[in-house]
Design a protein around this ligand. Structure first.
Ligand SMILES: [Zn+2]
Length: 345
């Protein structure tokens, strides 16, 4: 997801069908604290946004809607192309001022630790509110202004003394810029020098209405193979391909096959495309032999129950073994982030 208007937020991914409280939700009190003996196994969500916004009037959201609708530029066009269809239950945004608190309560309830991305000040707020559950991430894009950049030395401070652990979300695709573009190379050189992994938006977006809401977005700039020059220039760089380059599976598999510093996250795509297609995409990544490089992510934004819903898609995937589910939900990200966990979970 890249910063900008609400439709940009939505573009990163989008829509819900069975937000039945996932099975992990048992044994917890109404305040989100655990009451029983059994603790849910840990989950790492590598793709959360440090929003704390208030979006009054936003309609509830249906995930995994079944199709995109055509649009005619002659009339007034909808800002996104997901079909409007009934779903049960729909996901509701938080009341004003409640979002961060509700998401952190969900994380506590489901034993989730998350990489939270955003400008340093916003991320720090999340970190202060839940120090043990938040891994801070920030990027070189300066908030709402496309093309504006954070000063290199400022970013160096964030990562060397500010405690930030991942450089992301990098949303160059929304500016029609390739990740291998020389104009941003100094930032990736910094990440390689400091041994900080980078998290780059690749693939999803446009929401069927790029012409209406994000004229600079280019699907072609999300091609995973555009990372090749960058990786050749920086052979030690560790890359998280956000949204797993969806829907460019052949290109994604080609890159994963060529470079084992590359991991993917399934954030956003997991809840914003038809469920059959989502499962097929994840299955292709697994069948391709990359079961140790697929990481769980939500692209958590706006709707606090989105994380539980997204976890349930992995939990309910009949093509994954119990061990593969644990690897996606935790172990692969723990390895990528070099968390000192002692053992796999
Ligand atoms: Zn994104």
């Amino acid at each position: 997801m890249a910063s900008g208007s609400i439709w940009k937020y939505l573009s990163c991914a989008l829509l819900l069908s069975a937000c039945s409280t996932v099975s992990l939700a048992q044994n917890f009190g109404q305040d989100g604290t655990q009451k029983g003996e059994t603790k849910a196994p840990p989950v790492l969500d590598v793709h959360v946004h440090a929003m704390d916004g208030n979006f009054p009037g936003l309609a509830p959201m249906c995930p995994n809607t079944s199709k995109f609708t055509a649009s005619d530029p002659k009339g007034k066009e909808e800002p996104f192309g997901w079909v409007k269809e009934p779903c049960t239950p729909a996901l509701y945004p938080s009341a004003s001022g409640e979002y961060m608190k509700e998401v952190l309560a969900e994380m506590e309830r489901m034993n989730v630790t998350a990489v939270v991305f955003g400008d340093p000040k916003s991320v720090q707020k999340w970190k202060d509110a839940a120090p043990a559950r938040v891994i801070p991430g920030t990027s070189f894009e300066d908030g709402m202004a496309p093309g504006k950049r954070v000063a290199l030395e400022e970013l160096r401070k964030d990562f060397s003394i500010g405690g930030f652990k991942v450089m992301g979300e990098i949303g160059l695709q929304y500016e029609a810029i390739s990740p291998s573009d020389p104009s941003v190379d100094a930032y990736f050189a910094l990440a390689e020098e400091l041994d900080i992994p980078v998290a780059i938006h690749m693939g999803t977006g446009g929401s069927g209405r790029a012409n209406v809401t994000m004229p600079k977005f280019r699907g072609s700039m999300g091609n995973p193979l555009l990372l090749e020059e960058l990786l050749a220039r920086h052979p030690k760089l560790r890359v998280q391909v956000m949204h797993a380059g969806y829907p460019m599976i052949e290109e994604m598999l080609t890159l994963l096959q060529a470079n084992s510093h590359v991991y993917v996250d399934v954030a956003g795509l997991i809840w914003s495309y038809p469920i059959k297609e989502v499962n097929r995409y994840i299955e292709r990544l697994m069948d391709g032999g990359f079961e140790d490089r697929v990481m769980f992510g939500t692209d958590q934004l706006l709707w606090p129950k989105l994380m539980a819903y997204s976890i349930s898609i992995i939990q309910n995937a009949d093509y994954l073994t119990p061990q593969e589910k644990r690897d996606i939900l935790y172990n692969n990200a723990a390895r990528f982030l070099r968390l000192d966990t002692g053992q796999s979970k």
